[in-house]
Design a protein around this ligand. Structure first.
Ligand code: HEC
Length: 116
């Protein structure tokens, strides 16, 4: 139905237009970041060495059991925590070294635009 589609679109725009976020509706309209071209390779490079359900207990370098970034559903479920840990003022993930500030900013954009 057209009206409910429009309502959903307005909701997405509202979410992207969050005052606290630098991203606004136009950033999300033009953002080219997707799970395929950004989210999946990002977590493969930086996170899944510890956060993967394929890793047996003892090989996770103490990453909490069940905190796995195997697929888009898992990433969306953890997106608020991921944004805080990776793109906040004092990033704590990954524990050592890690992505560049530009890559962290891209992660924030991808998450704030709904992790498409
Ligand atoms: C070297 C192993 C390692 C890597 C790589 C790593 N983590 Fe972690 N992660 C941990 C450990 C250990 C903890 C538990 C200690 C803590 O909370 O700081 C943790 C905790 C977390 C938590 C909190 C889970 C909770 O229960 O609240 C999140 C969210 C998280 N990591 C996200 C990430 C993301 C996103 C990446 C990639 C950018 C990443 N981690 C990379 C080891 C790792």
């Amino acid at each position: 139905m057209r009206s409910s589609r429009n309502a959903l679109f307005a909701l997405v725009l509202a979410a992207c237009g969050n005052d606290a976020a630098p991203e606004n509706a136009s950033t999300c309209t033009t953002s080219t970041l997707t799970y395929q071209n950004f989210g999946a390779p990002f977590v493969l490079d930086w996170c899944r060495g510890c956060h993967s359900s394929a890793l047996p207990d003892g090989m996770r370098q103490s990453a909490p059991l069940g905190v796995d970034f195997d697929d888009l559903d898992h990433l969306r479920a953890w997106s608020a925590e991921i944004e805080t840990r990776v793109t906040g003022d004092q990033p704590s993930m990954p524990p050592a070294a890690g992505p560049s500030p530009e890559e962290r900013a891209m992660l924030a954009e991808w998450i704030r635009c709904g992790a498409p």
